[in-house]
Design a protein. Structure first.
Length: 726
């Protein structure tokens, strides 16, 4: 008695399992699985959870494959109905779980993640919510950089964004194809795929990775696999498979009939049996060859994606994508892919893909590389994916479309409120108040206000780096280059400000204090890069290091300002070096400085080095003041320890050596340089302590090593004086 076939193709679940496994390997263990990102390319084709679409269909599959099947089944309906049915089925499958994961991730972000991760992830959550996580990105937002830093808990949603965006294209691609003769349709899909590949290979690396247009060819492979491998006829509104005829078997039968045409009638039954045997043998040979090739292809894909050394993406990406499509054609009876463990991993893969990255990001940001906790994070991801699949996923997939729609609307609205809860509270809190300074601090505020604003300044740190007066040259970001607008017509000087993120940190204050003296202000900020020193030729700041010289040479400013928090220029002398003339760090600084001043007409101002802080300790100052701790006990001694808690608050090395190198630069600058020193504002010579907060606990620093708005107000008078003297 024939066993009923399963309701879905188990081998396709197995392919999905293999893809998600190598993706996990790439995310959790990139050192050992550097090519695991190729699993994402498989998931681009295999992204949706394979589920029964109705009682009449068996399985379905890679995204393009599944889309083509859904559209093919509805092609006899009106175009509007076809599109509506397609979207309702896809969004019912994806949205409830997707929105729930975003919501839960935001709740954990607010309560357990470092405060420095909140602001950027609020923005990322917005992009994820609108399925635009694959939007054009800056170099600082590169996917592989985000994987390395782990600060963005929604980095992985880029693939779902590509998927959803293609959903808005594919019905129309299909409708146009359906108007063409059958023989032309394949050429139509192939042409579109070739155009997509051409776009991918002629675009920048970031665009090629993120753009839906650069990924269309991968979806189309899935559609062609469906059209080529599983021809479908519409019968009474049901999708059924046609049995492929074995031409070789037919020919063998005809040849056998010619040989036996003069035989007795009694042999007719035997003739038919022999013919059937030959036909079955021919089909069996093809089946065995197909099965053997499927194992070879599976082995190739597994070895490629799990290979422990980096392979060239331009070669292996198309190879893996096409290989996955071929494997789908012939893997139906592959016992490896159909085993229960792999098929169950395929079942939970959608949950696992969504859940694992926020957990990994938490480990990356808080666990300081602990390998045992990394294994715990992986196991936790798997356990939560199983729980989510067995409870929430299975539950909502049984709901009616109307109920799922209500659930989606509720989750979407709650997500919006959760993402913007701080902005909503800030708006309510500031109704009726009139602030004229950057920090919004008034005289009647209390320690409780300090606790709140200290937190908000750190959360909004990236947002506060933007200057509305600056016209950014590329994608709007506080990093990169911009030119300030709205300057006074009476301004006399071409001014340039440049450096690392401190440049953007000072931008509003500088514009307010110096803008009236400038006829132009060009601003250049490079994230975590020092314009005067480059650690090595492989440093990520290499491009910025040369760009600073190029832009100063082109701009030829009258006056320039160098804003940089020291990073590497505070390193000690190399071994056996005791003077600056043999110090390679200083010599590079000097060479770079001379290139700068050669193209600056009047003067180069350099912000002097001061000690930076360990923000997790400094952030507790206001709470300790509220609990009765004496203010003097919280001031930071020059031995880098607090009296009260004996915990390190200042970064113990770097700032003093950086000051020595800067002061030597003044001697070698041919009187064209001037130092701007903040140290007297924060250091008390009589007590030998640093004070990075005021009497009520308002901090002068944010958690991301920038001046808080209150800190900028603290140094405003310095800039008032400097700009008045220009």
């Amino acid at each position: 008695m024939n066993q009923p076939k399963p309701s879905k193709r188990l081998d396709l679940q197995g392919i999905r399992a293999c893809a998600i496994i190598v993706v996990l390997g790439f995310h959790f263990f990139p050192k050992y699985c550097p090519n695991g990102y190729l699993g994402v390319d498989q998931l681009v084709v295999l992204v949706q959870f394979i589920k029964l679409i109705s009682n009449d269909s068996r399985f379905f599959v890679l995204s393009g494959f599944l889309m083509c099947m859904l559209l093919k089944r509805a092609e006899n309906q009106a175009a509007c109905s076809l599109v509506t049915i397609f979207y309702s089925k896809r969004f019912k499958r994806i949205l409830p779980l997707y929105l729930l994961v975003i919501l839960v991730s935001m709740m954990f972000l607010y309560n357990y993640f470092p405060v420095t991760a909140i602001e950027s992830n609020q923005s990322s959550a917005e992009h994820a919510l609108l399925f635009v996580s694959n939007r054009p990105k800056t170099d600082q937002e590169d996917y592989f950089l985000m994987l390395n830093t782990g600060i963005d808990i929604f980095t992985h949603t880029w693939s779902l964004s590509v998927e959803i965006q293609f959903y808005f294209l594919v019905p129309f691609i299909f409708l146009l194809a359906s108007r063409l003769p059958r023989t032309i349709q394949y050429g139509y899909y192939i042409l579109m795929g070739l155009l997509s590949i051409l776009f991918s290979y002629t675009s920048t690396e970031i665009v090629s990775f993120n753009s839906v247009f650069a990924r269309i060819w991968q979806f189309l492979i899935g559609m062609l696999v469906y059209l080529l491998g599983v021809p479908i006829t519409q019968h009474s509104g049901k999708a059924e498979y046609q049995v492929l005829k074995v031409e070789e078997g037919k020919k063998d039968i005809e040849d056998l009939k010619l040989l036996l045409e003069d035989a007795d009638d009694e042999l007719e039954e035997d003739e038919q049996e022999v013919g059937n045997a030959i036909s079955n043998e021919s089909a069996g040979i093809r089946l065995r060859f197909s099965e053997m090739f499927s194992y070879i292809l599976l082995c190739f894909l597994l070895v490629t994606t799990a290979f422990p050394f980096v392979l060239p993406a331009d070669v292996v990406r198309p190879a893996v994508t096409i290989g996955t499509g071929l494997l789908m054609l012939i893997s139906e009876d592959n016992w490896i892919l159909c085993n229960n463990i792999l098929t169950y991993i395929g079942d939970i893969s959608f949950s696992l893909y969504l859940i694992h990255w926020p957990i990994y990001a938490y480990w990356k940001l808080t666990c300081e590389g602990n390998e045992y906790l990394l294994i715990t994070a992986l196991l936790t991801s798997i356990a939560l994916a199983i729980i989510t699949f067995e409870t929430f996923e299975k539950w909502y997939l049984k709901l009616s479309s109307t109920n799922v729609g209500i659930l989606v609307v509720v989750l979407f609205f709650v997500n919006i409120v959760t993402i913007h809860k701080d902005d909503i509270y800030d708006h309510i809190r500031t109704i009726g108040r009139n602030y004229s300074n950057l920090d919004d601090v008034t005289e009647n505020m209390t320690v409780d206000d300090a606790i709140y604003l200290n937190h908000r300044w750190s959360v909004n740190d990236l947002k506060n780096l933007y200057d509305p007066s600056c016209d950014y040259e590329s994608i709007k970001t506080p990093y990169g280059w911009c030119r300030h607008t709205g300057l006074s017509r009476r301004g006399k000087y071409k001014i340039m400000t440049f450096g690392n993120s401190w440049t953007a940190n000072h931008a509003k204050l500088f514009y307010q204090e110096c803008g009236y003296k400038a006829k132009s202000i060009l601003q250049g900020a490079a994230y975590a890069c020092e314009p005067l020193y480059l650690r090595s030729s492989k440093d990520k700041c290499l491009g910025n290091f040369t760009t600073f010289v190029t832009r100063i040479t082109e701009e030829k400013p009258d006056i320039a300002f160098h804003f940089t928090r020291q990073i590497s220029i505070g390193n000690g002398f190399p071994k056996n070096v005791t003077t600056f003339d043999k110090d390679p760090i200083y010599q590079m600084m000097k060479t770079q400085m001379l290139k700068f001043i050669a193209n600056i007409k009047y003067k180069l101002y350099i912000v002097h080095a001061i000690p930076s802080v360990l923000p997790n300790q400094l952030g507790k100052v206001a709470e300790r003041l509220k609990n009765g701790t004496n203010r003097v006990e919280l001031e930071v001694r020059n031995n880098f320890f607090t009296r009260h808690h004996n915990k390190m608050i200042l970064r113990p090395h770097g700032w003093e050596m950086a000051r020595r190198r800067y002061e030597q630069l003044m001697k070698d600058c041919n009187e064209k340089c001037e130092m701007i020193d903040y140290l007297p504002e924060f250091y008390n010579n009589s007590t030998k302590t640093f004070r990075y907060f005021d009497d009520k606990g308002f901090l002068y620093w944010t958690a991301d090593q920038h001046f808080s708005p209150h800190g900028l107000e603290k140094i405003r008078h310095i800039w008032t004086d400097i700009c008045s003297r220009l």
